[in-house]
Design a binder for this molecule. Structure first.
Ligand code: SF4
Ligand code: MG
Length: 328
């Protein structure tokens, strides 16, 4: 399949009183048409910031895209005006978040919220938009669509609200759906239903999905391709089966071995010892070196190159796979 989105050396920084946080530090990867890319890593590793950079929602008084390109169908989104970008956002690329209650407007009916993008982006009349909205509510598997159309968000369950968010996100037939921890706030049964729905959408509509999650179980079930992020960097990427069968980076291996710890918050499930480094003090070395049992001198001194080691399409940034000669 063709590349739909290409991140090239993307750098997104936040200026804080303590210093510059390189939240995303020169990352490159692609999302192909109709493909689900899972982006995994612990809280604060740069997953969401990558997605927000793609939507051009990070720039502000503190956030800046400091370098790189984000090509969408070959066009650099970072060069678009605000106006051009708002035409792409919600139409070609749309996003759903973890907590649908905060993304839905509590004072507007479900119908109003689904018809709005249809009238704005597709210039449908109110009547046409209503018809399409009802089809969308049915598409996301909610019965009695006409009744739901008139309902307010608080009248729906969490799972139903997330289905509505998906309906809104799909309303303009986007080529890419970004889902940022879409099921984290839901209980396990509902979680499985929402994932089924997303798989069905991908199959029926051919929508590419960028699935951001800390949950490797979700990735195993959903993704075609996996990107593993750590402290602002991509440290490994591979097709899903290859990643699970043959993980290369010590961090990825740790993630795959880690068992969920009962009673711990959702984003701190991993039992890899140690802490993610302070994002302000990151150096040009392996950001995982403090936690890595294989750490060598060179790991503290230089950043490992990110490249293929053996298997095609499987890339890793780790000195263990390089001929480092005397440094070892
Ligand atoms: Fe561990 Fe060194 Fe590989 Fe980093 S580069 S993961 S410290 S072995
Ligand atoms: Mg996040």
């Amino acid at each position: 399949a063709k590349d739909l989105v290409q991140f090239r050396n993307l750098e997104t920084h936040f200026h804080t009183s303590a210093g510059v946080v390189k939240a995303v530090d020169k990352i490159s990867f692609s999302i192909r048409e109709g493909e689900t890319v899972g982006v995994v890593g612990e809280s604060g590793c740069g997953k969401s910031v990558t997605a927000m950079s793609l939507m051009r929602l990070v720039e502000g008084p503190h956030g800046v895209i400091a370098g790189g390109e984000i090509l969408y169908e070959g066009k650099d989104l970072l060069k678009l005006s605000k106006r051009e970008m708002s035409r792409i956002r919600g139409k070609d690329i749309s996003i759903i978040f973890q907590e649908p209650m905060t993304s839905l407007n509590p004072v507007l009916t479900i119908g109003d919220q689904i018809t709005e993008p249809l009238m704005m982006h597709l210039l449908l009349s109110r009547k046409e938009a209503r018809q399409r909205a009802i089809e969308l509510i049915e598409l996301v598997g909610i019965p009695r669509a006409e009744q739901i159309y008139e309902a307010y968000p608080h009248e729906l369950s969490g799972g139903m609200r997330q289905r509505i968010m998906i309906a809104i996100a799909l309303s303009c037939n986007p080529k890419l759906l970004i889902a940022d921890e879409p099921t984290t706030a839901l209980d396990v049964t509902i979680q499985a239903q929402i994932l089924d729905l997303m798989r069905e959408i991908k199959r029926k509509l051919g929508t590419a999905i960028m699935l951001i999650t800390h949950d490797l179980g979700v990735v195993a079930e959903m993704a075609d391709y996996v990107i593993v992020m750590y402290a602002g960097k991509i440290i490994e990427e591979a097709p899903v089966l290859e990643l699970f069968q043959n993980p290369q980076h010590p961090y990825t291996k740790g993630l795959l071995q880690a068992k969920p710890v009962l009673g711990q918050s959702q984003e701190r499930l991993y039992s890899i010892p140690g802490q993610v480094p302070n994002p302000i003090e990151l150096e040009d070395n392996c950001h995982f070196h403090d936690r890595c049992e294989f750490c060598m001198d060179i790991c503290r001194q230089q950043q490992p190159p990110f490249r293929e080691h053996g298997e095609k399409l499987h890339k890793t940034a780790c000195w263990l796979y390089e001929e480092v000669g005397v440094a070892r």
